[in-house]
Ligand binder design. Structure first.
Ligand code: DON
Length: 310
């Protein structure tokens, strides 16, 4: 296994020059494009890593999976999905165009507009961000996980597109709170700092029906895990979700910080990191690592007997 992971990293290094570090959030432009790392945690609790697996980065859109968990726990299925749909958009993650269609609500919780609506469902009650951080720490198994204040402030200052979408949604009574409150929580959620082992620990819980792989303790209810993994399949890689499903075939979620988290049903959690992104905002290095691992460990959800590479 360790050899395969090392080989995956070496394979991915051949592509990372093609990536561009995100700059629309100025603080993210400081990401080092040469960083590349991976961590894999099996259902039996074995952990493997390679490269810059311990390098911290901000979750960015990966947080959308966790804010969806929190929102479903707090206000339930009917409320959350009265605010946001479950259909792929085929548009960029920060697109505003479909917000003015007849459905009016954002099409799914994995795009920015949908995640802002989801965050608004978490705003009621005391210390919403504290509650979110507690959830992240539990899911990732590390109680020192914290906010990257510089990235949060940078995004809060630069997040004009998100602000436009939030105000549009508020004008249509889609948000559960004031636009600025929802945005502030959303920016903080995106700016939580983690490394690949944190995310692989989270992904193996998803792979294990919401239970901790070693202790067996239930961390997330099964019906919530099912919804989150389904949306990772259909929308987790934005307008690249279809191609990723064919080439990798693992429920996954990307973030513009350079991370991708992937949950191999019943088997393992994988997280990969490399800051350079493709045109759709997905990490090129992390994508290639997952592609390699899927092919060599036969992880595609519809893995057959023919190993033809596409
Ligand atoms: O709102 C934003 O644009 C970022 N905080 C998150 C976007 C993101 O990660 C898209 N992912 N690939």
């Amino acid at each position: 296994m360790q050899q395969t992971i090392d080989d995956a990293l070496a394979y991915a290094r051949g592509f990372i020059k093609e990536g561009k570090v995100a700059t629309y959030i100025p603080e993210l432009a400081k990401g080092n494009p040469d960083h590349v790392g991976v961590c894999l945690v099996t259902k039996e609790g074995e952990t493997y890593h390679a490269g810059d697996w311990q390098q911290e980065f901000t979750m960015q859109s990966i947080s959308k999976t966790m804010s969806l968990i929190l929102a479903l726990e707090l206000v339930g299925y009917d409320k959350v999905f009265s605010k946001v749909g479950v259909e792929p958009t085929g548009d960029a993650f920060n697109s505003i165009v479909k917000l003015e269609t007849k459905t009016l609500h954002p099409l799914n919780p994995m795009i920015n507009a949908g995640a802002i609506a989801t965050a608004s469902c978490c705003v009621g009650g005391e210390d919403p961000f504290g509650r979110f951080l507690d959830l992240v720490r539990t899911l990732c198994g590390r109680d020192t996980i914290t906010l990257n204040e510089a990235v949060y402030l940078s995004e809060k200052k630069a997040g004009m597109r998100n602000r436009a979408m939030a105000y549009l949604m508020q004008s249509e009574n889609i948000l559960e709170c004031d636009a600025e409150e929802a945005l502030d929580l959303y920016f903080k959620m995106c700016s939580v700092s983690i490394h690949t082992q944190d995310l692989a620990n989270y992904a193996v819980i998803l792979a294990n029906d919401g239970c901790h792989p070693v202790t067996g303790e239930r961390i997330v209810e099964s019906w919530i895990v099912r919804i989150v993994k389904t949306l990772m399949v259909t929308c987790g890689m934005y307008d690249g979700s279809g191609e990723f499903a064919i080439k990798v075939g693992i429920p996954a979620k990307s973030g513009v910080g350079g991370g991708i988290v992937a949950s191999v049903e019943g088997q393992m959690g994988i997280a990969a990191f490399c800051p350079g992104l493709d045109a759709k905002g997905n990490s090129i290095g992390a994508y290639r690592i997952l592609e390699y691992l899927s092919r060599h460990l036969n992880l595609h959800y519809f893995a057959g007997t023919d190993k033809k590479v596409v």
